[in-house]
Design a binder for this molecule. Structure first.
Ligand SMILES: O=c1[nH]c(=O)c2nc[nH]c2[nH]1
Ligand SMILES: [Zn+2]
Length: 500
């Protein structure tokens, strides 16, 4: 179902991860995107776009005509979008773990920890979304809000309810967000509330099939929206349901998402429920759910043995630092996971996490890594300063987690995460507003002449910062006011006021 957009040429500065540790800066460059939203040409340098334009339809005309000629495109069929001075294009963010159904509860968690949080806040809200009118309000707000924050791809948990889950898939498709949508499987009588669970393993599997078929009907190639098998977590599922989902995974080669080792009480509960298992990871493995397409959220308290098993199976981890701090679950060790060969992405984990923003998740990942540096990686405090330092994640590393890292975790690295020919144009235009002015040189900032000017956010740029410093300011101080426009597969899906 290849939806068509007009051909587009983007001009200016493009920044993306070259590797886990390095950002690449392409200035005065051009990226050409075809009518399917696919990047067909990247012209590095010499395009004179940045600063020359004031939005759509402008840019350096000679270089863009040359580009058009090289592609056999004519001017009339192409939209040109040029950065303004100081703006840049960045890959859209990838949220590898988020509960759309919990969106109304962001910020509402009190002093709870995981298991009482589920009972007190989460299950009642999720159950209430069987009211489709309520589900529509919640899911529309969630998708719109995350698009505003530059999230172009999200791996969503919905609820147990089939109709409401299908509605979330419909909304992602119509609002233009790339998504994996999971109907939550929870069928254990022993642990799930009677008002919110599948009646049996058979029903759990049948309802899951219904959602898969719905998504196949609305997006047959799973090009924008796809299904994801979603056993909530081991404690809420029977062995029969987990084995059935694993069979479905093999049959249809689908992705799987679940939670692992988030909180010590939960780990102890798994030990009690699955006596005879070697570990939490072993429970999933024994039921066939640790696959190369499995995304495990949290992985805070994994043992060495579990990490080796996860690595051997090729399963990935969604790191959710905001959630882990809010619910006092612990400090996940990204460098430790990387060191053991495990791919990691970022999750907002709303509403365990309070923020819809992957930029905030990246910031929190940087901060949590500093707590790991202060407190050790589980094998006691670091012995040397260098060892402690080594846990700290850099600006470049957390922006990698937010983009390319997330793409790898969701198995989408061929499609999204950076600006290369063949990838889709999932991108955001980022800007900070005009530099702070002192035109008369009296050391005082000039008053804004125009009080009604758009709110440009918290990032004050003075003009002397280099690009690395600007990226650091964006990471630590930026928010959705800096995300001016957002595209998914070439389609403009969000623009701040005045930027359509
Ligand atoms: O962060 C989490 N959010 C949830 O909804 C959930 N369910 C099980 N384990 C969970 N962890
Ligand atoms: Zn979660």
């Amino acid at each position: 179902m290849a939806s068509q957009v007009r051909r587009q040429v983007f001009l200016g500065t493009f920044i993306h991860s070259r590797s886990r540790t390095e950002l690449e800066y392409l200035h005065d460059s051009a990226v050409c995107v075809d009518e399917h939203g696919v990047i067909v040409k990247v012209e590095r340098g010499g395009c004179g776009g940045s600063g020359s334009g004031s939005g759509s339809g402008s840019g350096d005309t000679t270089s863009s005509s040359r580009l058009l000629q090289s592609l056999g495109w004519s001017e009339g069929e192409v939209d040109v979008v040029a950065c303004r001075e100081g703006e840049f294009f960045f890959p859209g963010f990838i949220d590898t773990h988020v509960h759309a159904s919990q969106y109304p509860n962001v910020g509402i968690f009190g002093k709870t920890t995981l298991l009482d949080w589920l009972d007190k806040y989460t299950f009642p809200l999720e159950a209430s979304l069987s009211d489709l009118g309520k589900a529509r309000r919640v899911y529309t707000a969630c998708v719109r809000r995350t698009l505003r924050h530059g999230t172009t791809t999200a791996a969503y948990y919905a609820t147990v309810d089939v109709a409401a889950t299908n509605l979330l898939a419909d909304l992602c498709l119509s609002l233009g967000q790339r998504a994996l949508v999971g109907r939550v499987c929870m069928d254990s009588e022993a642990t799930c509330p009677s008002y919110y669970r599948d009646e049996s393993a058979a029903e759990s599997l049948e309802r899951t099939r219904q959602t898969i078929e719905h998504v196949r009907a609305i997006d047959p190639g799973f090009e924008l929206v796809g299904p994801v098998l979603t056993p909530r977590f081991a404690p809420s599922c029977t062995g029969e349901a987990m084995r059935g989902l694993a069979e479905m995974q093999r049959e249809m080669d689908l992705p799987v998402q679940t939670h692992i080792s988030e909180n010590r009480g939960e780990v102890a509960l798994v030990e009690r429920l699955f006596r005879g298992s070697r570990s939490y990871a072993d429970v999933y493995d024994a039921h066939g759910l640790l696959t190369g397409r499995t995304v495990l959220a949290h992985a805070v308290h994994l043992s060495e043995e579990e990490a080796a098993l996860v690595r051997d199976r090729g399963s990935k981890v969604a790191h959710c630092p905001c959630s882990n701090s809010s619910l006092t679950s612990g400090t996940a060790r990204v460098r430790w996971l990387w060191g053991r060969g495990i791919d990691v992405g970022l999750g907002t984990d709303m509403s365990g996490g309070y923020s819809p923003s992957v930029l905030e998740a990246a910031r929190q990942a940087a901060l949590v890594s500093r707590h790991v540096a202060m407190n050790g990686d589980g094998e006691g405090e670091a012995e040397t300063e260098a060892e402690a330092e080594s846990h700290k994640l850099t600006v470049e590393e957390v922006l990698y987690l937010a983009t390319r890292g997330g793409a790898v975790v969701l198995g989408m690295e061929d499609r999204v995460g950076g600006f290369e020919v063949g990838k889709q144009w999932d991108a955001q235009l980022v800007g900070f507003g005009r530099p702070v002015r002192d035109q008369d040189g009296d050391g005082q900032q000039e008053e804004d002449e125009d009080e009604d000017e758009e709110d440009e956010g918290n990032v004050d740029v003075f003009g002397w910062e280099d690009w690395e410093e600007r990226m650091a300011k964006w990471l630590y101080v930026g928010d959705d006011r800096n995300t001016k426009k957002v595209w998914v597969r070439g389609r403009l899906v969000h623009a701040r006021r005045g930027r359509w």
